[in-house]
Design a protein around this ligand. Structure first.
Ligand SMILES: [Zn+2]
Length: 346
């Protein structure tokens, strides 16, 4: 392969411009042309908004398109680059991973120039889009398998100032939850590459996968709030209405201790809802085992006092599949201990 990834337009031009990010073809797939828009008012921070990394998370690409409708009129300073779909092959097949090579784009960064189509895509994003950005909003949603409140998330970051700055920007979305998430699969994540470059990276998440207008309004309002916070657009930010409330909380969730899994394969019956407060021992779900020699119903109980953060929404679960996620209010102390749990990487 000899071709380099490139952009088809003057990417740094002032004003509004648009074109394509070209991912060169290879033995596994032909060239990909990914639409990119840039609205550039000169001095001020540059925000890169990406969506459609996972092809079964549909809210982000819709919200990115909606933002492009009003942003050229309202952007006052700085620059916003919008890529509504960074993994079009996954989006078209409604799969989390790219169907051609089976890879999860968000575990593939920084990619490889001569790798598979997903690796070439990650490589092109890192080479051509990421260097321009000070702040990245990578719009995800938890997909159709989970009930999940509108949230912004960050993984812990070794650099204390970058973590603090990132949490402040994540909170500025004013979504119901801002989450510092001890993530099990950090290597290859877009987040990590951005953090290593000293950039603020915030990942909004949103459960349900129904792409309904009310949810899209909340998601879009969150991005608008963050752009107001960064003083790129004018206006007043406001907490969107969710479950009859306008409020936000800063929470943390840890691996293993905050994740409840089903001990066996079976039908999951939720006995809690997102944002419920539970005490240790409360029943949060039931599993009706399936299979040979299936045993009687098994109750699943909360291990600690916590807030219910996410609840599995599909009935059937495999053994060891997660069914309920918990979170707790974040304190300065827990922020520090989460930071220290991160191994600094180059
Ligand atoms: Zn995702």
């Amino acid at each position: 392969m000899s071709q380099e990834p490139h952009l088809t337009f003057d990417f740094d031009a002032l004003g509004s411009s648009a074109g394509h990010l070209i991912i060169p073809g290879g033995s596994d797939h032909d060239e990909l042309r990914i639409p990119v828009s840039s609205i550039n008012r000169g001095s001020g921070p540059c925000v890169l908004i990406t969506a459609g990394c996972h092809g079964n998370e549909l809210e982000g690409p819709v919200v990115a398109q909606r933002i492009l409708e009003w942003l050229p009129v309202h952007l006052q300073r700085g620059r916003v680059i919008v890529v509504p779909v960074i993994n079009p092959l996954a989006l078209r097949s409604f799969t989390r991973n790219t169907p051609v090579d089976g890879l999860n784009l968000n575990r593939t960064f920084p990619g490889r120039r001569d790798g598979s189509i997903t690796e070439r895509t990650a490589y092109a994003i890192c080479r051509l889009l990421l260097p321009a950005a000070d702040v990245i909003f990578d719009l995800h949603s938890f997909g159709p398998l989970w009930n999940f409140p509108p949230s912004t998330t960050t993984i812990p970051i070794a650099d204390a100032k970058l973590l603090s700055d990132t949490v402040r920007v994540a909170e500025s979305f004013k979504l119901p939850m801002t989450m510092v998430w001890e993530h099990p699969e950090a290597p290859g994540m877009f987040d990590v590459i951005a953090h290593n470059g000293g950039k603020i990276f915030v990942c909004p998440e949103f459960g349900g996968g129904m792409v309904n207008p009310k949810d899209l309004d909340i998601y879009e309002a969150g991005v608008r709030n963050a752009l107001i916070h960064l003083e790129l657009i004018g206006g007043e930010s406001e907490y969107p209405l969710y479950h009859e409330k306008r409020s936000g909380r800063l929470l943390e969730t840890r691996r293993s201790s905050d994740e409840l899994s089903s001990p066996v394969a079976g039908i999951f019956e939720p006995r809690c809802s997102v944002l419920d407060e539970v005490e240790a021992g409360d029943v949060v779900g039931r599993i009706y085992p399936l299979g040979d020699g299936a045993s009687a119903m098994i109750e699943i109980r909360a291990p600690n006092k916590a807030t219910v953060y996410a609840v599995r929404s599909s009935a059937y679960v495999d053994a060891q599949e997660q069914v309920v996620l918990f979170a707790r209010d974040m304190t300065d102390h827990s922020l520090e201990s989460l930071r220290l749990s991160v191994i600094p990487s180059a």
